[in-house]
Design a protein around this ligand. Structure first.
Ligand SMILES: Nc1nc2c(ncn2[C@@H]2O[C@H](COP(=O)(O)OP(=O)(O)OP(=O)(O)O)[C@@H](O)[C@H]2O)c(=O)[nH]1
Ligand SMILES: [Mg+2]
Length: 304
């Protein structure tokens, strides 16, 4: 049989790819850059992501479902243990696992530990992604690529910068090439399955993470009581709670005369308006859930 088509012509690929790595490695920023919309919140504080978040990349020849995961780390709390368990579960469900390692920090025991976890998933294809190449010298990036290459036999090793947008196309082509043939799994307009209330809670948490330090980022949780779209005006009322673990943290979050909380509200509102498409009135209450990160009952109520 003769054909003038390339071998790939007419082939459609689809499947699941997960990003795993240490906290702060740049996993969520990378997913957002590939999907082209902010699906997952990001921050310079470690352990920003707290659940597996799906984002969908649509191409004519492929559909790639990315599963962003919480950073894997040595757990210090029950929450930490549960976040690691989320990563383990995700690893078993995907076609391709991408281990994300930042270019600007040496490969350490934390990265090696995660790499060893990949042994348990022999059927998944494995790609190493060296993130944040814009934040390191050329030499440093080259060193990191060598160090990563020594961990195992990867299907590919890709250096990139999500912030600059460099090499994102190379990663996408690589990932598509590793997916099985199959039809699209999601409708063409679906970029994520994240429910609106979760996305809103996350945007508030992202705003609250800005400017807090030490243990406080870990102690912050946001829940939504209600989202009410007004019928007479282009306005949505959002009733939300910002939880902390201790009274002293409450003071920090609220700030002098309520100044910090007002800023958090204003920052979050702008982001929420972008996704709901109306003006937003945000009613944000600060509450205490004592030591919730270690309390199984409270963790259950928060959905962990
Ligand atoms: N310079 C630079 N910074 C980046 C890049 N990608 C991410 N960052 C920064 O790295 C920090 C962590 O990014 P995230 O995407 O939240 O990292 P993560 O791996 O999802 O973190 P966790 O959810 O805590 O596991 C943020 O301050 C990002 O702005 C990049 O390509 N270049
Ligand atoms: Mg993240």
């Amino acid at each position: 049989m003769t054909t003038d088509r390339t071998p790939e012509a007419g082939v459609h690929r689809s499947g699941f790819v997960t990003f795993v790595g240490r906290p702060n490695a740049g996993k969520s920023t990378l997913m957002n850059a590939l999907v082209g919309e902010k699906i997952a919140i990001t921050s310079s504080k470690p352990q920003t992501t707290r659940h597996a978040i799906r984002g969908v990349v649509h191409r004519a020849d492929a559909q790639l479902v990315i599963v962003d995961t919480p950073g894997m780390h040595k757990p210090r709390t029950l929450l930490g243990k549960r976040l690691n368990a989320v990563v383990q579960t995700t690893l078993g469900d995907v076609d391709v696992i991408c281990l994300c390692v930042p270019a600007d920090e040496p490969l350490g025991p934390g990265d090696r530990f995660i790499d060893q976890q990949l042994e348990g998933f022999p059927r998944a294809r494995k790609v190493a992604v060296v993130t944040k190449t814009d934040a390191a010298s050329k030499e440093r990036v080259a060193q990191q690529l060598l160090a990563v290459a020594e961990l195992r036999e990867w299907d590919a090793v890709v250096p990139l910068s999500s912030v600059r947008g460099t090499q994102l196309d190379v990663l996408l082509d690589t990932l598509v090439g590793l997916l099985p043939e199959g039809p699209p799994l999601y409708e063409a307009e679906t970029l994520t399955e994240e429910p609106l209330d979760i996305r809103i809670a996350e945007l508030i948490r992202e705003a609250a993470l800005e400017g807090v330090r030490d243990e406080l980022p870990h102690s912050i949780m946001v829940t939504i009581d209600d989202i009410v779209r007004r019928e007479d005006r282009e306005l949505t009322d959002v009733y939300a709670n910002l939880w902390v673990e201790r009274d002293s943290q409450k003071g920090i979050v609220i700030g002098k005369g309520g100044s910090r909380l007002r800023q958090v509200g204003a920052d979050a509102r702008a982001e929420i308006e972008r996704i709901v498409g109306t003006q937003v009135h945000l009613d944000l209450r600060v509450k205490i859930a004592k030591e919730w990160q270690g309390d199984p009952k409270q963790l259950g109520r928060f959905g962990f």
